[in-house]
Design a protein around this ligand. Structure first.
Ligand SMILES: *Cc1c(COP(=O)(O)O)cnc(C)c1O
Length: 386
Protein backbone atom coordinates (compact mmCIF):
# COMPACT_ATOMS: atom_id res chain seq x y z
CA UNK A 1 0.00 0.00 0.00
CA UNK A 2 1.26 3.45 -0.94
CA UNK A 3 1.56 6.18 1.64
CA UNK A 4 -1.61 8.28 1.64
CA UNK A 5 -3.55 5.92 -0.56
CA UNK A 6 -7.10 5.42 0.69
CA UNK A 7 -7.06 2.18 2.57
CA UNK A 8 -9.72 -0.41 2.99
CA UNK A 9 -11.67 0.01 6.09
CA UNK A 10 -10.43 -1.54 9.32
CA UNK A 11 -12.06 -4.90 9.11
CA UNK A 12 -14.44 -4.75 6.31
CA UNK A 13 -15.74 -3.01 3.28
CA UNK A 14 -19.36 -3.85 2.67
CA UNK A 15 -19.70 -2.75 -0.91
CA UNK A 16 -23.17 -1.32 -0.40
CA UNK A 17 -22.61 1.43 2.09
CA UNK A 18 -18.84 1.45 2.22
CA UNK A 19 -17.47 2.96 5.32
CA UNK A 20 -14.00 4.07 4.28
CA UNK A 21 -13.21 7.17 6.22
CA UNK A 22 -9.51 6.94 6.71
CA UNK A 23 -6.67 8.27 4.67
CA UNK A 24 -3.88 7.09 6.92
CA UNK A 25 -1.96 3.97 6.07
CA UNK A 26 -2.50 1.24 8.68
CA UNK A 27 0.12 1.50 11.41
CA UNK A 28 1.44 -1.65 13.05
CA UNK A 29 -0.26 -0.62 16.25
CA UNK A 30 -3.60 -0.27 14.50
CA UNK A 31 -3.35 -3.51 12.61
CA UNK A 32 -2.64 -5.39 15.83
CA UNK A 33 -5.67 -3.75 17.43
CA UNK A 34 -7.79 -4.78 14.49
CA UNK A 35 -6.76 -8.26 13.42
CA UNK A 36 -8.42 -7.46 10.18
CA UNK A 37 -11.08 -9.79 8.91
CA UNK A 38 -10.00 -9.14 5.35
CA UNK A 39 -6.39 -10.00 6.14
CA UNK A 40 -7.48 -13.22 7.77
CA UNK A 41 -9.78 -14.08 4.88
CA UNK A 42 -6.96 -13.36 2.47
CA UNK A 43 -4.53 -15.59 4.32
CA UNK A 44 -7.02 -18.46 4.29
CA UNK A 45 -8.40 -17.90 0.83
CA UNK A 46 -6.36 -20.49 -1.06
CA UNK A 47 -5.98 -23.02 1.71
CA UNK A 48 -8.52 -23.19 4.48
CA UNK A 49 -7.49 -25.04 7.60
CA UNK A 50 -4.76 -26.95 5.78
CA UNK A 51 -7.27 -28.63 3.47
CA UNK A 52 -5.64 -27.34 0.31
CA UNK A 53 -8.95 -25.83 -0.84
CA UNK A 54 -10.78 -22.56 -0.29
CA UNK A 55 -14.02 -22.07 1.64
CA UNK A 56 -15.27 -20.90 -1.76
CA UNK A 57 -14.82 -24.42 -3.08
CA UNK A 58 -16.08 -26.31 -0.07
CA UNK A 59 -19.33 -28.27 0.03
CA UNK A 60 -21.82 -27.08 2.62
CA UNK A 61 -22.21 -30.69 3.80
CA UNK A 62 -18.60 -31.11 4.97
CA UNK A 63 -17.48 -31.22 8.61
CA UNK A 64 -15.36 -28.11 8.01
CA UNK A 65 -18.32 -26.05 6.85
CA UNK A 66 -20.45 -27.44 9.67
CA UNK A 67 -17.78 -26.15 12.01
CA UNK A 68 -17.93 -22.68 10.39
CA UNK A 69 -21.71 -22.33 10.61
CA UNK A 70 -22.01 -23.74 14.13
CA UNK A 71 -19.19 -21.46 15.34
CA UNK A 72 -20.92 -18.46 13.78
CA UNK A 73 -24.12 -19.39 15.59
CA UNK A 74 -22.51 -19.95 18.97
CA UNK A 75 -20.51 -16.72 18.74
CA UNK A 76 -23.70 -14.83 17.96
CA UNK A 77 -25.52 -16.52 20.85
CA UNK A 78 -22.72 -15.51 23.16
CA UNK A 79 -22.42 -11.91 21.91
CA UNK A 80 -26.17 -11.23 22.13
CA UNK A 81 -26.96 -13.53 25.01
CA UNK A 82 -29.64 -15.24 22.93
CA UNK A 83 -31.98 -17.35 25.07
CA UNK A 84 -32.24 -21.13 24.47
CA UNK A 85 -35.77 -20.92 23.11
CA UNK A 86 -34.68 -18.86 20.11
CA UNK A 87 -33.39 -20.25 16.82
CA UNK A 88 -30.69 -18.58 14.74
CA UNK A 89 -31.13 -18.92 10.98
CA UNK A 90 -28.78 -17.98 8.14
CA UNK A 91 -30.99 -17.16 5.19
CA UNK A 92 -30.78 -15.56 1.73
CA UNK A 93 -32.77 -12.81 0.04
CA UNK A 94 -31.48 -9.91 2.14
CA UNK A 95 -33.55 -7.57 4.25
CA UNK A 96 -35.98 -7.30 1.37
CA UNK A 97 -36.48 -11.06 1.38
CA UNK A 98 -37.47 -10.79 5.03
CA UNK A 99 -40.06 -8.12 4.17
CA UNK A 100 -41.90 -11.03 2.51
CA UNK A 101 -40.78 -13.83 4.83
CA UNK A 102 -42.06 -12.14 7.99
CA UNK A 103 -45.72 -11.90 6.91
CA UNK A 104 -45.60 -15.26 5.11
CA UNK A 105 -44.49 -16.93 8.34
CA UNK A 106 -46.14 -14.84 11.03
CA UNK A 107 -49.26 -13.17 9.65
CA UNK A 108 -51.17 -16.41 10.27
CA UNK A 109 -50.33 -16.49 13.98
CA UNK A 110 -53.82 -15.13 14.65
CA UNK A 111 -57.08 -15.63 12.79
CA UNK A 112 -57.46 -12.01 11.70
CA UNK A 113 -54.28 -12.16 9.62
CA UNK A 114 -53.35 -8.57 10.28
CA UNK A 115 -50.24 -6.78 11.51
CA UNK A 116 -49.27 -3.32 12.76
CA UNK A 117 -46.40 -1.57 10.97
CA UNK A 118 -44.77 1.43 12.58
CA UNK A 119 -43.47 3.34 9.59
CA UNK A 120 -40.60 5.73 10.31
CA UNK A 121 -38.72 5.79 7.01
CA UNK A 122 -37.86 4.14 3.71
CA UNK A 123 -37.27 0.61 4.97
CA UNK A 124 -40.30 0.19 7.21
CA UNK A 125 -42.43 1.72 4.47
CA UNK A 126 -41.19 -0.89 2.01
CA UNK A 127 -41.74 -3.67 4.53
CA UNK A 128 -45.34 -2.54 5.10
CA UNK A 129 -46.00 -2.41 1.36
CA UNK A 130 -44.69 -5.95 0.89
CA UNK A 131 -46.72 -7.25 3.83
CA UNK A 132 -49.92 -5.87 2.29
CA UNK A 133 -49.68 -8.69 -0.25
CA UNK A 134 -50.23 -11.25 2.49
CA UNK A 135 -52.67 -9.78 4.96
CA UNK A 136 -54.18 -6.65 6.46
CA UNK A 137 -51.63 -4.04 7.38
CA UNK A 138 -52.33 -1.26 9.83
CA UNK A 139 -49.78 1.42 9.02
CA UNK A 140 -49.00 3.58 11.99
CA UNK A 141 -47.88 7.09 11.10
CA UNK A 142 -48.95 6.82 7.44
CA UNK A 143 -49.27 10.55 6.79
CA UNK A 144 -45.58 11.32 6.93
CA UNK A 145 -43.50 11.56 3.82
CA UNK A 146 -40.76 13.56 5.51
CA UNK A 147 -39.43 11.24 8.16
CA UNK A 148 -37.82 13.17 10.97
CA UNK A 149 -38.79 11.30 14.11
CA UNK A 150 -40.79 8.62 15.88
CA UNK A 151 -44.39 9.52 16.68
CA UNK A 152 -45.16 9.49 20.40
CA UNK A 153 -45.72 5.83 21.27
CA UNK A 154 -48.70 6.63 23.49
CA UNK A 155 -50.54 7.78 20.35
CA UNK A 156 -49.96 4.61 18.32
CA UNK A 157 -53.30 3.04 17.41
CA UNK A 158 -52.09 -0.54 18.00
CA UNK A 159 -54.52 -3.33 17.22
CA UNK A 160 -54.67 -5.90 20.06
CA UNK A 161 -55.63 -8.67 17.64
CA UNK A 162 -52.64 -8.06 15.35
CA UNK A 163 -50.43 -11.09 14.73
CA UNK A 164 -47.38 -8.92 15.31
CA UNK A 165 -46.09 -5.36 15.55
CA UNK A 166 -43.27 -4.50 13.16
CA UNK A 167 -40.74 -1.68 13.24
CA UNK A 168 -37.35 -0.83 11.79
CA UNK A 169 -34.86 -0.35 14.62
CA UNK A 170 -32.61 1.92 12.58
CA UNK A 171 -33.77 3.69 9.44
CA UNK A 172 -30.58 3.71 7.41
CA UNK A 173 -31.64 6.35 4.89
CA UNK A 174 -33.36 8.81 7.24
CA UNK A 175 -31.08 8.33 10.26
CA UNK A 176 -33.81 7.53 12.76
CA UNK A 177 -33.05 5.00 15.48
CA UNK A 178 -35.22 3.50 18.24
CA UNK A 179 -33.45 3.85 21.57
CA UNK A 180 -36.28 2.02 23.30
CA UNK A 181 -38.13 -1.24 22.76
CA UNK A 182 -41.78 -0.48 21.97
CA UNK A 183 -44.36 -1.80 24.40
CA UNK A 184 -46.96 -3.79 22.44
CA UNK A 185 -49.08 -5.02 25.30
CA UNK A 186 -48.14 -8.62 24.70
CA UNK A 187 -48.38 -8.66 20.90
CA UNK A 188 -45.35 -10.30 19.21
CA UNK A 189 -42.67 -7.76 18.31
CA UNK A 190 -40.68 -8.00 15.07
CA UNK A 191 -37.79 -5.75 14.13
CA UNK A 192 -35.44 -5.06 11.24
CA UNK A 193 -31.96 -4.46 12.71
CA UNK A 194 -30.10 -4.60 9.39
CA UNK A 195 -28.17 -1.41 10.00
CA UNK A 196 -27.62 -1.42 13.77
CA UNK A 197 -27.26 -5.11 14.51
CA UNK A 198 -24.55 -5.72 17.15
CA UNK A 199 -23.99 -2.00 17.61
CA UNK A 200 -25.16 -2.37 21.23
CA UNK A 201 -26.45 -5.07 23.59
CA UNK A 202 -30.09 -6.01 23.05
CA UNK A 203 -32.58 -7.92 25.18
CA UNK A 204 -33.55 -10.58 22.64
CA UNK A 205 -36.24 -11.98 24.94
CA UNK A 206 -38.39 -8.88 24.26
CA UNK A 207 -38.75 -9.90 20.60
CA UNK A 208 -40.55 -12.55 18.63
CA UNK A 209 -38.18 -12.05 15.73
CA UNK A 210 -35.14 -9.99 14.83
CA UNK A 211 -33.62 -9.98 11.38
CA UNK A 212 -30.57 -8.32 9.85
CA UNK A 213 -29.01 -8.41 6.41
CA UNK A 214 -25.30 -8.96 7.03
CA UNK A 215 -23.82 -6.37 4.70
CA UNK A 216 -24.17 -3.26 6.88
CA UNK A 217 -22.66 -4.27 10.19
CA UNK A 218 -21.79 -7.95 10.37
CA UNK A 219 -20.39 -9.27 7.11
CA UNK A 220 -20.66 -9.34 3.36
CA UNK A 221 -23.78 -9.30 1.20
CA UNK A 222 -25.54 -12.61 0.69
CA UNK A 223 -26.56 -13.79 4.12
CA UNK A 224 -29.37 -12.57 6.35
CA UNK A 225 -29.51 -13.46 10.01
CA UNK A 226 -32.87 -14.29 11.59
CA UNK A 227 -33.34 -14.81 15.33
CA UNK A 228 -36.78 -16.23 15.98
CA UNK A 229 -38.62 -17.52 19.04
CA UNK A 230 -39.20 -21.25 18.64
CA UNK A 231 -42.90 -21.28 19.49
CA UNK A 232 -43.65 -18.98 16.53
CA UNK A 233 -42.49 -21.58 14.03
CA UNK A 234 -44.85 -23.77 12.04
CA UNK A 235 -47.64 -21.26 11.34
CA UNK A 236 -46.48 -20.23 7.86
CA UNK A 237 -48.93 -19.87 4.99
CA UNK A 238 -48.89 -22.97 2.81
CA UNK A 239 -47.88 -20.73 -0.12
CA UNK A 240 -44.69 -19.67 1.69
CA UNK A 241 -41.67 -20.61 -0.46
CA UNK A 242 -39.67 -23.40 1.16
CA UNK A 243 -36.47 -21.37 1.41
CA UNK A 244 -38.29 -18.56 3.24
CA UNK A 245 -40.00 -20.91 5.68
CA UNK A 246 -38.48 -20.45 9.13
CA UNK A 247 -39.67 -23.82 10.44
CA UNK A 248 -38.07 -25.63 7.49
CA UNK A 249 -34.82 -23.71 7.86
CA UNK A 250 -34.75 -24.28 11.62
CA UNK A 251 -35.34 -28.01 11.23
CA UNK A 252 -32.45 -28.25 8.77
CA UNK A 253 -30.04 -25.93 10.61
CA UNK A 254 -30.19 -23.45 7.70
CA UNK A 255 -29.07 -26.18 5.29
CA UNK A 256 -32.35 -26.91 3.52
CA UNK A 257 -30.54 -25.85 0.36
CA UNK A 258 -27.05 -24.49 -0.32
CA UNK A 259 -26.51 -21.52 1.99
CA UNK A 260 -24.23 -18.56 1.09
CA UNK A 261 -21.21 -20.38 2.49
CA UNK A 262 -18.53 -17.75 2.00
CA UNK A 263 -20.70 -14.98 3.47
CA UNK A 264 -21.37 -17.14 6.53
CA UNK A 265 -17.62 -17.69 6.90
CA UNK A 266 -17.05 -13.91 6.78
CA UNK A 267 -19.77 -13.40 9.41
CA UNK A 268 -17.95 -15.87 11.62
CA UNK A 269 -14.69 -13.91 11.23
CA UNK A 270 -16.44 -10.62 12.04
CA UNK A 271 -18.05 -12.16 15.14
CA UNK A 272 -14.63 -13.38 16.30
CA UNK A 273 -13.30 -9.87 15.74
CA UNK A 274 -16.19 -8.45 17.76
CA UNK A 275 -15.62 -10.85 20.61
CA UNK A 276 -11.88 -10.07 20.68
CA UNK A 277 -12.61 -6.34 20.67
CA UNK A 278 -14.92 -6.19 23.66
CA UNK A 279 -18.27 -7.34 22.25
CA UNK A 280 -21.45 -5.31 22.15
CA UNK A 281 -20.75 -3.33 25.35
CA UNK A 282 -17.56 -1.91 23.88
CA UNK A 283 -19.24 -1.32 20.50
CA UNK A 284 -21.99 0.55 22.33
CA UNK A 285 -19.48 2.86 24.03
CA UNK A 286 -17.52 3.44 20.85
CA UNK A 287 -20.67 4.10 18.83
CA UNK A 288 -21.79 6.68 21.42
CA UNK A 289 -18.42 8.31 21.31
CA UNK A 290 -18.16 8.37 17.52
CA UNK A 291 -21.67 9.63 16.83
CA UNK A 292 -21.36 12.36 19.50
CA UNK A 293 -18.27 13.67 17.74
CA UNK A 294 -20.22 14.23 14.52
CA UNK A 295 -23.44 15.48 16.17
CA UNK A 296 -21.40 17.92 18.28
CA UNK A 297 -19.98 19.50 15.13
CA UNK A 298 -23.48 19.72 13.65
CA UNK A 299 -25.05 21.16 16.83
CA UNK A 300 -22.38 23.80 17.30
CA UNK A 301 -22.31 24.90 13.65
CA UNK A 302 -24.92 27.66 14.03
CA UNK A 303 -27.11 26.07 11.41
CA UNK A 304 -24.39 25.54 8.83
CA UNK A 305 -24.84 21.78 9.15
CA UNK A 306 -28.47 20.73 9.61
CA UNK A 307 -29.71 17.34 10.73
CA UNK A 308 -33.50 17.21 10.33
CA UNK A 309 -34.00 14.35 12.81
CA UNK A 310 -35.45 14.92 16.32
CA UNK A 311 -32.63 14.83 18.88
CA UNK A 312 -34.25 11.97 20.83
CA UNK A 313 -34.06 9.50 17.96
CA UNK A 314 -30.96 10.48 16.05
CA UNK A 315 -29.19 7.41 14.77
CA UNK A 316 -25.71 6.51 15.95
CA UNK A 317 -25.11 4.49 12.80
CA UNK A 318 -26.26 6.78 10.00
CA UNK A 319 -26.09 10.55 10.32
CA UNK A 320 -27.77 12.44 7.47
CA UNK A 321 -27.30 16.18 7.22
CA UNK A 322 -27.62 19.09 4.82
CA UNK A 323 -25.24 21.99 4.39
CA UNK A 324 -26.29 25.65 4.31
CA UNK A 325 -30.05 25.19 4.67
CA UNK A 326 -32.61 22.42 5.18
CA UNK A 327 -33.03 21.88 1.44
CA UNK A 328 -29.26 21.77 1.10
CA UNK A 329 -26.95 24.13 -0.76
CA UNK A 330 -26.02 21.69 -3.50
CA UNK A 331 -22.92 23.63 -4.57
CA UNK A 332 -21.51 23.55 -1.03
CA UNK A 333 -22.48 19.91 -0.62
CA UNK A 334 -20.65 18.99 -3.81
CA UNK A 335 -17.57 20.86 -2.59
CA UNK A 336 -17.80 19.08 0.74
CA UNK A 337 -17.90 15.67 -0.94
CA UNK A 338 -15.03 16.49 -3.29
CA UNK A 339 -12.84 17.78 -0.46
CA UNK A 340 -13.59 14.69 1.63
CA UNK A 341 -12.83 12.40 -1.27
CA UNK A 342 -9.41 14.05 -1.71
CA UNK A 343 -8.68 13.01 1.88
CA UNK A 344 -9.75 9.44 1.17
CA UNK A 345 -13.13 9.80 2.86
CA UNK A 346 -15.59 8.38 0.38
CA UNK A 347 -19.22 7.20 0.31
CA UNK A 348 -20.41 10.27 2.22
CA UNK A 349 -23.11 11.11 -0.28
CA UNK A 350 -26.67 10.82 1.06
CA UNK A 351 -28.99 8.12 -0.25
CA UNK A 352 -30.15 8.97 -3.76
CA UNK A 353 -33.76 9.32 -2.52
CA UNK A 354 -32.96 12.12 -0.06
CA UNK A 355 -29.68 13.72 -1.21
CA UNK A 356 -27.36 15.66 1.08
CA UNK A 357 -24.62 14.02 3.12
CA UNK A 358 -24.76 10.81 5.13
CA UNK A 359 -22.09 9.58 7.52
CA UNK A 360 -22.30 5.87 8.30
CA UNK A 361 -20.47 4.91 11.48
CA UNK A 362 -20.76 1.14 11.55
CA UNK A 363 -18.78 -0.88 14.11
CA UNK A 364 -15.73 -1.10 11.88
CA UNK A 365 -15.24 2.65 11.63
CA UNK A 366 -12.65 3.68 14.20
CA UNK A 367 -12.65 6.62 16.61
CA UNK A 368 -9.56 7.98 14.80
CA UNK A 369 -11.33 7.86 11.45
CA UNK A 370 -14.34 9.63 12.91
CA UNK A 371 -12.04 12.25 14.43
CA UNK A 372 -10.54 12.87 11.00
CA UNK A 373 -14.01 13.44 9.58
CA UNK A 374 -15.06 15.74 12.44
CA UNK A 375 -11.88 17.77 11.92
CA UNK A 376 -12.60 18.04 8.21
CA UNK A 377 -16.18 19.18 8.94
CA UNK A 378 -14.90 21.93 11.25
CA UNK A 379 -12.35 23.06 8.73
CA UNK A 380 -14.97 23.18 5.98
CA UNK A 381 -17.29 25.14 8.25
CA UNK A 382 -14.62 27.74 9.09
CA UNK A 383 -13.84 28.21 5.42
CA UNK A 384 -17.42 28.55 4.18
CA UNK A 385 -19.60 29.93 6.95
CA UNK A 386 -20.70 33.44 6.18
C1 LIG B 1 -30.23 -2.06 3.57
C2 LIG B 1 -31.44 -2.30 4.36
C3 LIG B 1 -32.44 -3.18 3.94
C4 LIG B 1 -32.43 -3.87 2.60
O1 LIG B 1 -31.49 -4.86 2.55
P1 LIG B 1 -31.25 -5.74 1.24
O2 LIG B 1 -30.33 -6.79 1.78
O3 LIG B 1 -30.62 -4.86 0.22
O4 LIG B 1 -32.56 -6.29 0.81
C5 LIG B 1 -33.52 -3.40 4.78
N1 LIG B 1 -33.61 -2.77 5.96
C6 LIG B 1 -32.67 -1.91 6.39
C7 LIG B 1 -32.83 -1.24 7.71
C8 LIG B 1 -31.55 -1.64 5.60
O5 LIG B 1 -30.61 -0.78 6.02
Amino acid sequence: MQEGEPRLQSYFSDGTYTKHLSYKPISTEESSRYPAVLTRAQSELMNYNGLGISVLEMSHRTPDFTHIITSAESLLRELLNIPENYRVLFMQGGGTGQFGAVPLNLMGLKEDRCADYIVTGTWSKKAAKEAEKYGKVNVIHPEADQYTGIPDSSSWPLNPSASYVYYCCNETVHGIEFNFIPDTNGVILVTDMSSNFLSRPVDVSKFGLIFAGAQKNVGSAGVTIVIVREDLLGKAYKECPTILNYAVQAKNNSLENTPPTYSIYIVKLVLEWLKNNGGTDTMNQLNNQKSSMIYDVINSSNGFYLCPVDEACRSRMNIPFRIGNLEGDTVLEQQFLEGASKLGMISLKGHRSVGGIRVSLYNAVTVEETQALAAYMKEFLNKHQK
